[in-house]
Design a protein around this ligand. Sequence first.
Ligand code: SF4
Length: 498
Amino acid sequence: MFFFSKSRYCLAWQCPKLLWLSKYRPELKPEDPSLQARFDEGNSVGDLAMGLLGDFTEVTAFKEDGRLDLNKMQELTKQCIAQGVKNICEASFNYNGLYCAVDILHKEDDGWAIYEVKSSTHASHIYAVDIAYQKYVLENCGLKITGTYLICINSDYVRGAELDIHKFFRVVDLAAEVKDELQNVPSLLKKAKDIYSLKEEPQKDIGAHCRDPYPCIFWDYCTRNLPKPNVFDIYRLSFNKALDFYYQGKYDFETLLYDGGITNGKQLRQLLHSVSNQGDEIDKNGIKDFMNTLSYPIYFLDFETMQPVIPQFEGTAPYQQIPFQYSLHYIEKEGGELRHKEFLAVSGEDPRRAIAESLCENIPLNVCVTAYNKGFECGRLKELAASFPDLADHLLNISDNMKDLLTPFQSGYYYNKAMGGSFSIKSVLPALFPNDPALDYHNLEQIHNGTEAMTIFPSIKDMPPSEQETARRNLLKYCELDTFAMVKLWEKLKEVII
Ligand code: SF4
């Protein structure tokens, strides 16, 4: 029997091939280590929203093997409706194999309203698509639907001592958009059924739909026959512009270089280096000018942050970047010893005051501090300064004296082919030090990037003590490598201008 869910419906809406690959070739999906954390966070938001409209009954039920018991959930939903329950959470329905669970089914005077909960701060159109499918299923199950709403996150909310869910969430009436989308449901369902019956992968070229509404997880698979690198790897070339070239058959770098369509200097340099195998391109004067802005003692600073959707601490907003760790390398004078200091907060506690105090203790006033992409570090320092007025002068002094090690690379003073279309430290470092295992993030244990760091840190508080120790040690090693990498880049810049 045909079984379909609202998430599959949304896949079909984005791309028929995406639907087919999700069903028949799920092994092609790349691994996403942060997926579980995002899933858990979405569940936390959903749980929090359950109480938004008053008392509620949740009908979630599980089988012995831990999977959802959809039949039981449908049965419980019927019972709740019969008993006049005003808010049914995860209210479940099945119309001829079309299944859906409504986040909150709310009783209104003359019928029922569907409330869909999302962790997003924006009412993206795909949510209307999702709700239209739910409305279609429920109406065909005999319910009168009198309202269709999105519950999403209010980005203006700042948490007080307690979390106020009525201010944290905002409710958006999607009646008009859902009405428009509802007309498309029968025809899209028919197409989806046809796609499901295909034995062979459907033909569908890449296009704007590969990023709308979400970047497609099968992108690497669908572009596997394009040369590497290709038009979609060009530095800061918009996706739509890249698609234009692609549709004209101009996707390899050689064609793009000689075609005349690319005029941006940085993009042309990327193409030229890639095609001609030139060695390092070094503008000594540009590097000298940059290095002259630096002075001893010199500090190398890097933060790690977390971004909880549900604000955990007073005075913080949804998705605010909260620094919980920093690494600091420094050299007092020319030829001086490289020293290191670091800070890692206690998982589960508000890290902001402690990290702000530690920064003020370890970075003197009026010294030269470097960061890689300093806008990020300066932003966090300014937020800490706003939170702690007694430390503000010192924190802002650090920010004001910050220099950006990204500048010489982004400005093109030092370029080589291996940087490709990215000037992030994760691209520049291996390009300049291709065979140095001490600078290879792959050789680290457990934590290899900022996303993994921000995922693991909040979960440390729930780990057994031995795992806590390991995770903390691995976090420290990861962040230390970030600033050590900055030191190595700075040394390389010094070396090339001698
Ligand atoms: S990458 Fe594009 S064409 Fe391929 S499945 Fe995804 S959305 Fe469809």
